[in-house]
Structures are given as structure tokens and as C-alpha cells.
Design a protein around this ligand. Sequence first.
Ligand code: PEP
Ligand code: MG
Length: 589
Amino acid sequence: MEVLKGIPVSPGIAVGHVFVLDDVRTRIPRRTVPATAVEREVARFNESLEAAREELVQLTRQAESQLGEDAAKIFGFHLGMLSDKSLIEPIRKRIEQEHTTAEFAVQEQFVLVAGVFGKMAESFRTKVDDIWDVERRLLKQLIGEHTSGLARLSRPSVVISSDLTPSQTASFQGRPVIGFATDIGGQTSHTAIFARALGIPAVVGLSRITEVAEDGDEVIIDGDRGVAILRPDEPTKEAYRAHLQRAEIETAALREIALLPAVTKDGVEIELLGNIEFAAEVENILAGGGVGVGLYRTEFLWLTSDHEPTEEEQFIAYRTCVEMARGGPVTLRTFDLGADKQASGQDVSHEANPFLGCRSIRYCLQNLTLFKRQLRAILRASAFGPLKIMFPLVTTLLELRQAKLHYRDVMEDLQDEGIAFDPKIPVGIMVEVPAAALMAGSFVREVDFLSIGTNDLIQYTLAVDRTNERVQGLYTAGHPAVLKLIKDVVRAGRRGNVPVSCCGEVAGDPEFTMLLLGLGLRSLSATPGSLSALKRVIRNVDIGTCERLARTACSFDSERQVTAYLRDQARKILPDSLGGRSAQQGQDV
Ligand code: PEP
Ligand code: MG
């Protein structure tokens, strides 16, 4: 048995046999053509371009109807690449000047561009998949179909590959693929987005799974914990079989709970909201029993596009979101770009410590045109339903005041232009820097709400890079310092009569629910998939018990004591459920 740890990108468990997909890129030899044939080669290239474009238009339509808009956007991005002069013109030039075949010119240009992207920050590197995908599409037109190994797939299998392009992942549809695992890849890659859209459990970034997996091997893909287990032994298989059975019962039970109100046993109502990256996910929030959006990570509009979204593109996305929420609250967070989220076309310069650099609200305040463009789109969308605006990573009052100043400017512009908007949009901040948490008492005088972003708050409080797997053991919400900061922020909110919610990952962890309620939180925002599990905890506790639990948890001085205690208490409340399966710490199945 071999257990490999990677990055979970699509939840669920798949148990099956390995299918190694070895679609290596074909190496095209350099071949020149006589001067008289150059024109024909250019024509061949132009035809291949046209055919590839047509194919992508079809695929976009197909993806739109079967996988949703976000998946379709990826093919839209590929289409954009084929119209990008800086990518296409050098190919024509090479054929004309060097008299090479069209296929060789295509290959050379794509190798060059992929090399440039490959050396960039993580979010650019994920675009390399797209580059190979587009190259493959063009080459297919020029040298014929390079039959994908997938065509050989006959029984339900888990696909193992060094990497997968978005098209390869999309082509799993209609094929017996029950899960996949790759050596490389990131959480925000397009491949990951497709996996989630298709509902296939997936783990990426396993480093060497293609080295150790053989065709036909038994394998378990745990898309919840980011683990791939090759050739599992009997006890492990048995544990997963039992887990799958429990999961089935659990899913059915949670579906029923989703329809019930989020009220504690003693009648205290808890607002359950969802965190989303794309407007279409609002549907999942409502299906999971949430009442609105607590965090819309709007930067994903840009991260999944090759350009800064225009005002109109943003307006459409925000309006869609508000309309889909059917009157429920929608909190739009302004672009949280920088650090690990670098968008293509974003004006970035190298930083030694990007997490401490020009990111989030700092980036927006230094790039006012794009900031104001976003505020305009948000304000325009506010005419269609209840919206809230949230500024990320605010560290000083001055930043908040500046952001509000620009917001008021944009309001005035819209007023002058006679464009409708809601003049009373609540404006709040994310508390994700210890400085903001410590100064919460001052911030509450100038905001309409606070939302605690524990993901960053933990990394800045504990000095642990949240993206560095070498220090993940040190990254924990159970650290007494983190608990103390959450407690202080909630208390400041109470005193200032300003609502406080929590939208970090910890809000979606059922083991932390009682603690958060006990600390005084009444609004939680989490990934849509976790809402019904939270609701089950909420419906099984009373606030008095939660407050006692919070007092005990806050009396410990080590994170181990805190997390062990919370796990223990969660199991006492819900002994038969997966309430003990924590998102914060890996656990035996
Ligand atoms: C957070 O930091 O807790 C948060 C919710 O924001 P993000 O995960 O997008 O940084
Ligand atoms: Mg954050």
C-alpha cells in the first residue's frame, strides 16, 4: 500500500482501478518546405486556425448547456488565445521566414509561450495547461487526430496522469471516469474547476503518482482529504467501504436537514451563508440550506479570464448573483488580488514577500481605475437586490476611509449620470489581519459589519504561510491566540452594535461550530457543500452549552488541547455522523 498526499480539488471518494493516461505531447521534427510551398503552408495554418475556432465555439455551447457557464468560459478563454495576435502572428512569420511546416511553427511558438508562463507565479502557471490544450487542438487539425488514450477506457476507472488539460478533463464526461489524480496542478486550475463541475473526486499535486501507479492497480482517491492510496490493504479498503456506506446515509440525511431552519435547540436563529467564487454557485448555497452569500470572491472573475473583467462583465456577474439569491443577502468582496492570486494582465512587479506586499485592498487603492470600475459595477447591480460591500485585508483605518471615499465618489458619478443604485448598501471589512482584530473596537465605529477571515488571520497570527505544505502542521485554527482574536472581534462587534460573521474555512468545520456560537457568532459563511452539516450541529445544541464549551476551549494554552477537546465534544453531540471529520485536521477515515 502506498499513501500519497496532495491537494484536494474536488470532493468525494472514488474506489477503483488505475488507468494511466499517457497522452504525451507528440514531438514534431523540424521540416522545411520549398519557397514555392510557403504560401500553401500559411494557408494550411489559417485553415487549421479557423477549424479550431469553430470546434471551440461548438464546445463552448456544449459546455454551457451541460457543465455551466464557468466551465464554458474556459473554452471562451481558449478561443481568445486563438485570436491573440501576439500568439498567432509569430507562427505565420516563422513559416514565411524560415520556410518550416505549419505544424513545426505551431509547436515552436507554443513551447516558447508555455515556457514563459511556466516560469511565472502559480496562478499564471496554471495557464500552461490551457496553452498545451490549444496547441493540441491546432495540431489535430494539421496532422490529424492524436487518439487520446481515453478512447481505450472501457470499465469504470480512476485516471492517473502527470497533468490534465481542461479539455481532457471535460472529455471525461460520458466516459467511465470515476476520479482522477495528477502529479502536478493547483487548486485554482481550470482542470480543478471542471472536476468540481463534473462532480468527480480529484486530487492534484501528488508529485510522483505516475511513477508508482501501474495500469490496473487498485486505488482510492479521497477528494476530501487530498489523499491517493495505491494498492490499499484490506483494513483500509474496509474502512473506506464503511465510510462510503455512512456517506450515502449521511448525504440523504443532510439533504433533509438542508430544508429545515438553522435554529438552536433553545430557539436562537443562526444565519447560514455560502462562500462562492462564481455566481452560478448561489444555487448550491440554496440547495444546501443557506440563505445568501456571505463571501463572493469576485477576483475569480479575473483569475479565470485573460483580461481584467470589464464593468459590463462584472455588472452581469454581480446582478446574476443577486438575482439568483432571490432576496437573500449577497456580500461582494472587492478584488482580493495579489499574493497567491495573480491575474493575467494584472499590473504586478516582483515582491520578495507577496503575502505581506501589495495585495487586496492595498492593490486596489494603488490601482484606482480598476477599483472604481468594480465599485461602479457593484453599485449598478445593487439596484437588483440586497448587496453588501466588503473590503479585504484592511489593516488601518486610513485604508478603510480611503476605500469609502472612492466608493462615495463613484456613487456621486452614478447619481450625476442618473443610473439607479441602492444608496444604503452596508459597507464592511474582512478582519483577517491581527492589527484589524486588535483594533476592531475602532473599526466598528466606521463600518456596518465585520467578517472574520480566519484563513488569513491564522496565517498572519501564527506566521505560517497558508500555501506552504512544509509548515501545514503549524497552521491551525485551534491556536489559543486565534481563539482570543476571534473572541475579541465578536465582543467589539457586540459593544459597537455591529454584526460580525465568520467566513474563513473554520466556519465550515462542524467541529468548530459550537465554539464559534459559544464565542457569540450568529452568522457563518462557508462552502456551500458544508452548510447542511453545520445546520445539523446548530439544530442539536443550545447556546448555554456552546458558551460553556467556548469558555473551556479558551482556557487551554495549547492548540492540541483545543482541537482534541472540540473533536471530543462534537462527537458527543453527533456520535453517529461525520461531525468528527474535521476540515482543519486530517483524520483517519
Ligand atoms: C480568509 O482569509 O479567511 C478568507 C475568507 O479569504 P480568502 O480565503 O479568500 O483569503
Ligand atoms: Mg483572506
